[in-house]
Ligand binder design. Structure first.
Ligand code: S3P
Length: 215
């Protein structure tokens, strides 16, 4: 299927009733994606913002970044927020911001790496969104994170060890996402294409089921 056709199918998609396991490490789950905000989750450095921006452009949807929204609402950078108010206050703000964004019309939403760990946020995303985990291995994550010095959780201790610990804690929870897409070292466009085809696969499965019911 051409990319244009895939996108058109996806935009029209409504009921998803099966759980197909696709190729390329892409897994799609049974969720009604029609009209749902597409929520990117995953560890820092997985490419949520970069992929999210491109995915939104490809699907002709608005793009929102939860971290940016927190920075705008608090009028300070995330590192400053952590330093001034601490992580607990950040998590509370993050939960509220994401709950507000999920009330907005359908869009692509990039979340901070810790957001999906919050049970209430996970519940809201399951209710109103479609969670996509951008899964990446430690080398990819570490390399990307070392390019910038803006992650408060990596400021103390050994960053590689911290990332490994966060992966151990978080990957089992990220695995609850509706769709899992491997995010490697290559261009972000590859990941965007994988997401679009995983969503479209689910959409077409849903149509098949609907058609079957009408026969
Ligand atoms: C965090 C990830 C960051 C940001 C904050 C906390 C985390 O977002 O929300 O520094 O707990 O993993 P990115 O995943 O966009 O870097």
């Amino acid at each position: 299927m051409s990319r244009r056709r895939v996108v058109r199918t996806l935009l029209k998609s409504d009921r998803m009733k099966s759980k197909p396991e696709a190729e390329d490490g892409v897994a799609a789950a049974a969720v009604d994606y029609g009209n749902r905000t597409i929520v990117l989750v995953g560890l820092m450095g997985a490419g949520k913002s970069s992929v999210g921006r491109r995915l939104a452009a490809a699907l002709n949807l608005p793009f929102r970044d939860a971290d940016t929204e927190i920075e705008t609402a608090s009028n300070m950078t995330i590192p400053d927020f952590f330093e001034l108010h601490g992580e607990a206050a950040f998590r509370e703000g993050e939960r509220k911001v994401i709950a507000r964004l999920l009330e907005e019309p359908r869009h692509v939403l990039a979340t901070g790496g810790g957001a999906f760990m919050d049970p209430e946020t996970r519940r809201l995303i399951a209710e109103k969104g479609c969670a996509i985990w951008l899964r990446a291995d430690l080398d990819v994550i570490y390399k990307r994170c070392m390019k910038r010095n803006n992650r408060p959780l990596l400021k103390s201790g050994n960053p590689r060890e911290t990332l490994q610990r966060l992966m151990n804690e978080r990957y089992p929870v990220y695995a609850e996402a509706d769709i899992i897409v491997d995010s490697g070292d290559g261009p972000h466009e590859i990941v965007v294409d994988k997401i679009i085809s995983a969503l479209a696969t689910s959409a077409s499965e849903g149509h098949l089921h609907e058609n079957a019911g009408n026969e």
